[in-house]
Design a protein around this ligand. Sequence first.
Ligand code: SF4
Length: 102
Amino acid sequence: MNKNTDTFQIDPPANPPKDDFTIRCPRLGHQINFSYCRSENSGDPCFKTLDCWYPHFDVHAYLKNSLKKDEFKKIFLNKAKPKVLSLFELIEQAKKRKEKQD
Ligand code: SF4
């Protein structure tokens, strides 16, 4: 029991559910099990694995323990650049190429 709120807190399971347990994939639009998500990206976890599975077990601790630190960082902590920023960078690169040609 939590002394501050007088409520019970249930720790999430430490291990992923068995493959007969599925959730609805927001990207694919159908039911999927954790094994699929764990290796969806050419053997690496899907970048949304933490978001999709945290209600069902302690996916953060599980993946921190099963991936190398740089793998975890690459998959989950590198945010993609916003498209507008990428477009801006492409325009700047084109301008520089044009200036060199002139
Ligand atoms: S982790 Fe990826 S593949 Fe798995 S349910 Fe979420 S979006 Fe779909």
